[in-house]
Design a protein. Structure first.
Length: 354
């Protein structure tokens, strides 16, 4: 079967990491019945410099006509804040990608890179954050005036219901026992509303244990006992913050993938890190966040769960032999971005051949 993948390399390290992701897609095309055709869809700060737009119409059309979007990272330090970055929000809003799926998994081989004490890591870290991705504080409702500035946090019933429904279904699909909802219901109306809907929908899922936790307490528990959590659903801003905190726990922000999803429609897959202009062009960025985003794409957009799992195993095998500098180990070779990508592709080839 053939699928069209729009590719936005973006700015900074974006092109370097996406190149490694593309190697993985090409490998799958070569060794399985599945085929990917790639179409360039430039977005971000570099394209803004050329065309005065961070998401030219042509790119957005290419994305809309594709089966999925592989996205690198956007943002340049020599442009006003948000000039490149807002392309991401435009795509999320424009395609109504209301789910932001952000799994964090600590590979056993990277336990030494986790900043937590062994006893706190305990049974390990394997959490999926499900962040609401189209409402709340990030929906551009606000104003900046001379003596004040404001943003409104608005949550609608439709917005809460669809993300919370997705989260219960996801927890069930993954065989998770518990779903945690993170909010600030002791203060915010938007959170009280969210919490009520969390429990209303939960009645359809008696087999799943429901847990409510305030965002401030959650941030503490996430570093004190991360093994307590499996699937975590939360609003847009809290999800933005805790997914970065979580990514830090798995050894490097460069390891964390994400999917911006509207089930059944064209969805966007991107590593959660930014364009990191300070290390761009040096060949040292970690491509694993991008490669694992492709795993998510296969799993969520194309139902290719097995190939997705092979990618995961290929990454784990590769990490035993060499690593990029952000996760380096004294007994292992330090690899460049493309060497890391090649090593993973090598492992993947062998798995797909068998
Ligand atoms: C993320 C990023 C974005 C967000 C920025 C670039 C707008 O931080 O994907 O988490 O806040 O959603
Ligand atoms: Mg963020």
């Amino acid at each position: 079967m053939k699928k069209i993948i729009a590719v936005s390399k973006g700015d900074g390290i974006g092109p370097e990491i996406v190149t490694e992701g593309v190697k993985v897609l090409d490998t799958i095309s070569k060794y399985t019945d599945f085929e990917f055709e790639l179409k360039d869809a430039p977005a971000g700060g570099e394209v803004w410099k050329k065309h005065g737009e961070n998401l030219p119409d042509k790119s957005f059309q290419t994305i809309k006509n594709a089966d999925a979007l592989l996205f690198g990272a956007v943002g340049l330090p020599d442009l006003p804040p948000g000039t490149g970055e807002s392309a991401v929000l435009k795509i999320r809003q424009g395609l109504d990608l209301y789910v932001n799926l952000r799994p964090i998994k600590l590979y056993n081989v990277l336990r030494d890179k986790c900043p937590l004490k062994e006893e706190y890591i305990g049974k390990g870290i394997d959490i999926t954050f499900i962040r609401e991705n189209t409402e709340g504080l990030y929906k551009n409702i606000g104003k900046l005036e001379k003596d004040s500035a404001e943003n409104l946090m608005v949550y609608t019933r439709k917005g809460c219901e669809r993300i919370i429904n997705y989260a219960y279904k996801f927890a069930k699909r993954m065989g998770h026992r518990k779903l945690t909802s993170v909010d600030k219901a002791n203060l915010l109306y938007a959170s009280k509303f969210w919490r009520t809907i969390f429990h209303e929908i939960g009645e359809k899922y008696p087999e799943i244990e429901k847990e409510d936790i305030y965002i401030d307490a959650f941030c503490q528990w996430l570093i004190r006992a991360p093994y307590k959590f499996q699937t975590v659903v939360t609003d847009n801003m809290f999800g933005d913050i805790i997914s970065d905190e979580g990514a830090f726990l798995i050894g490097s922000l460069g390891m964390a993938p994400s999917g911006n999803i509207h089930p059944g429609k064209v969805s966007m897959y991107e590593p959660i890190h930014g364009s990191a202009p300070d290390i761009a062009g040096k060949g040292i960025a970690n491509p694993i966040g991008t490669i694992l985003s492709i795993k998510l794409m296969l799993q969520e957009s194309f139902n290719l769960v097995e190939i997705g799992n092979e990618i995961d195993l290929a990454v784990e095998d590769a990490l035993k032999e060499g690593r990029t500098v952000d996760i380096k180990h004294k007994d292992l070779k330090v690899l460049t971005t493309s060497e890391m990508g090649n090593l993973i592709v090598d492992k993947l080839k062998n798995k797909l051949k068998n």
